[in-house]
Design a protein around this ligand. Structure first.
Ligand code: FE2
Ligand code: FE2
Length: 157
């Protein structure tokens, strides 16, 4: 990757990473649900662990990195401020679902796992469709500089 991203390149990269994250989360959740449906308690245990591990290692750090690096750049964009407040609430709700997943078993774990994926999908769509373009399209917003080099937001490069 070039050492300096344009805002347009950064926008493409953050959306692409969201899509990769959703693919991975969906696959993990579907595998957990299939194990529950098959009544295979050993596999349910393992697959719930895999989904929790992904949430802990990928999803939560992604949200933290956005709050550290992207959301502050919206402070200068008046029309983005209420949106960012709403997106912070989404992050709290997603984190609460991850905690609920930790203490859920069986059918409940599968349902909470699906809820994590759905909540993340709705949230990422708001960032992709509303927040990121509002920042990337605004000259001097510092969007590309804010995300440059951040694996949690751009994915492995
Ligand atoms: Fe987010
Ligand atoms: Fe995100």
């Amino acid at each position: 990757m070039a050492s300096h991203l344009s805002d347009g390149q950064a926008l493409t990269a953050v959306r692409s990473h969201h899509a990769d994250m959703l693919d991975r989360a969906s696959a993990l959740s579907q595998t957990l649900t299939a194990a529950v449906e098959a009544g295979d308690s050993g596999t349910v245990y393992d697959e719930k662990g895999n989904l929790i591990e992904w949430c802990t290692d990928e999803l939560v750090p992604h949200c933290v990195a956005e709050e550290d690096r992207i959301y502050p750049t919206a402070a200068a964009v008046a029309e983005a401020q209420l949106l960012v407040e709403g997106l912070r609430h989404d992050h709290e709700a997603i984190a609460a679902l991850v905690e609920e997943l930790r203490v859920s078993d069986g059918v409940r774990a599968a349902a909470v796992g699906q809820a994590v994926v759905r909540a993340f999908a709705l949230h990422a769509d708001k960032e992709d469709a509303l927040l990121f373009p509002a920042l990337a399209d605004r000259a001097g917003s510092g969007f590309a500089e804010a995300v440059e080099g951040l694996e949690e937001i751009l994915g492995a490069v």
